[in-house]
Design a protein around this ligand. Structure first.
Ligand code: NAD
Length: 440
């Protein structure tokens, strides 16, 4: 077990020269370099205290653990696990736990940074955190996943807690993962502690509507964008990459509003049906254990063609860095709604702006998840439960409010929606840091 803290300031953001020096721990990751580049772009355009920027340019704390797991065949296999807390200024750090083979420290650090900006934009009393384990969950049995998750929780005990760092599901993890973390943590402290994680099953303190919250939030922002652009939902088509938690709920919610979903892809392939895919039937098909690409109500589409399929609304809801300078010029959508975290590179952003594509940036578009996670945490701390109507109504109020704050700033300053969203998120944390001052 190793605890890594921020290195000396000279290695990081050079306030006077206003440029970053790469950091050996994080900067070998393309995703981290991308997150830092975004911060740099906002720093160039806003009046932020240079000392605060220096502090925001690296995570506050990172923990790297090796997780030994007894596999079903009797072998012992060690997996690498990471938890990064980017900021603890506004409250506990908050962010998902990801199981994916490509997970590394830099990626997790970038995702933690984005969580800080997201919580700032949404005015939630959290800093940004993220965790991950480098593993392929699809190749592990339920027993192996349970032992991995419980041992990870044990290893992270020194840095997690309801007032310190609260995890939630992300790519490759789900409600069951959160239930194992909650149980392991509760066994350690000696009482039931649901507020240690969000995105739990409702029976053990989860929040009604949390599972659907990210997809719902994506669709609330899309509906605002359609209104602004004068497009009727029933005249719109959508293409969605990813049919997991975020992608499937986004499809269901869009279909419920009359949007025609014409193409969907996941890690095993993609499908297309210009007349519209029957989302209820596809959901049933996938729930019965069959592959999306074998759905009889559509034709197969090469995965590489998915994102460049002509549509009104394109929703990447799987991995980061899928829209790059290589394919951005070929996108044929009117709205890009970023359900995934970090799907678009800064180089691609420039091309999208030239093409006039309306971008709903990730820290706004997918903020529904952390917003309802906040509702869940509050309910667990107060032991007072809300109804699903209350949850959905409050979610709509907060995310639509954030959408209009972003659009107002973007219009006033003639900046992109992404820069506006990042500016609002970063400025909120910067103000809090300035108020609290620098210890000692
Ligand atoms: P998930 O594991 O439930 O689903 C992921 C989906 O992506 C699956 O359908 C999978 O097949 C697909 N996928 C994986 N690799 C792919 C590839 N190479 N090409 C195409 N598709 C691929 O994960 P999720 O929770 O839906 O998260 C998806 C994205 O949304 C991630 O970027 C995550 O960080 C982000 N996000 C999730 C939440 C949440 O509440 N779950 C909140 C905010 C943001």
């Amino acid at each position: 077990m190793t605890t890594l803290t921020s290195p000396p300031a000279t290695l990081t953001y050079n306030a006077r020269a206003r440029r970053y020096t790469p950091h050996p721990l994080y900067d070998n990751s393309e995703v981290f370099r991308m997150a830092r580049r975004q911060l740099e772009l906002v720093a160039e355009q806003t009046e932020l205290d240079a000392g605060v920027l220096e502090r925001l340019s690296l995570p506050k704390r990172a923990m790297v653990v090796s997780i030994p797991v007894r596999m079903d065949d009797g072998r012992t296999q060690a997996f690498m696990g990471y938890r990064v807390q980017h900021s603890l200024t506004s409250g506990p750090s908050k962010g998902g736990l990801r199981y994916h083979p490509a997970v590394d420290l830099g990626e997790v650090a970038a995702l933690a940074m984005w969580m800080s900006w997201k919580c700032g934009l949404m005015n939630l009393p959290f800093g940004g955190g993220k965790g991950g384990v480098a593993c392929d969950p699809a190749s592990l049995s339920q027993g192996e996943l349970e032992r991995l998750t419980r041992r990870l929780t044990e290893e992270l005990l020194p840095v997690i807690g309801p007032r310190m760092d609260v995890m939630a599901p992300d790519l490759g993890t789900d409600e069951q993962t959160m239930a194992w973390i909650m149980d392991t943590y509760s066994m350690k402290v000696g009482y039931a502690c649901p507020e240690i994680v969000t995105g739990k099953p409702v029976e053990i303190g989860g929040c009604v509507g949390r599972k659907e919250a990210t997809g719902r939030g994506v669709v609330y922002t899309i509906m605002e964008a359609l209104k602004e652009l004068g497009i009727e939902p029933t005249q719109a088509t959508a293409v969605v990459q990813g049919f997991g938690n975020v992608g499937s709920v986004t499809c269901q919610q869009l279909a419920a509003r009359g949007v025609r979903i014409i193409a969907i892809g996941d890690r095993y392939g993609a499908i297309i049906n210009p007349k519209g895919i029957d989302i209820a039937a596809l959901t049933q098909h996938v729930a019965s254990g069959k592959l999306l690409r074998d759905f009889p109500g559509a034709q197969r589409l090469p995965s590489n063609d998915l994102l460049t399929t002509e549509c009104t609304i394109l929703v990447p809801a799987a991995l980061e860095r899928v829209i790059t300078e290589e394919n951005a010029g070929r996108l044929k959508c009117r709205i890009l709604a970023e359900g995934a975290n970090g799907p678009t590179t800064p180089e691609a952003d420039v091309i999208l702006a030239e093409k006039g594509i309306f971008v709903i940036p990730d820290i706004l578009c997918n903020a529904g998840g952390v917003t309802v996670s906040y509702f869940e945490w509050v309910q667990d701390l107060q032991q007072f439960l809300w109804s699903e109507d209350q949850v959905n109504q409050k979610l709509a109020e907060l995310i639509i409010g954030a959408y209009h704050r972003v659009r107002k700033l973007a219009r006033e300053r003639k900046i992109s929606n992404r820069t506006a969203a990042l500016t609002l998120g970063i400025q909120k944390i910067a103000r809090e840091k300035a108020r609290r001052g620098l210890f000692p």
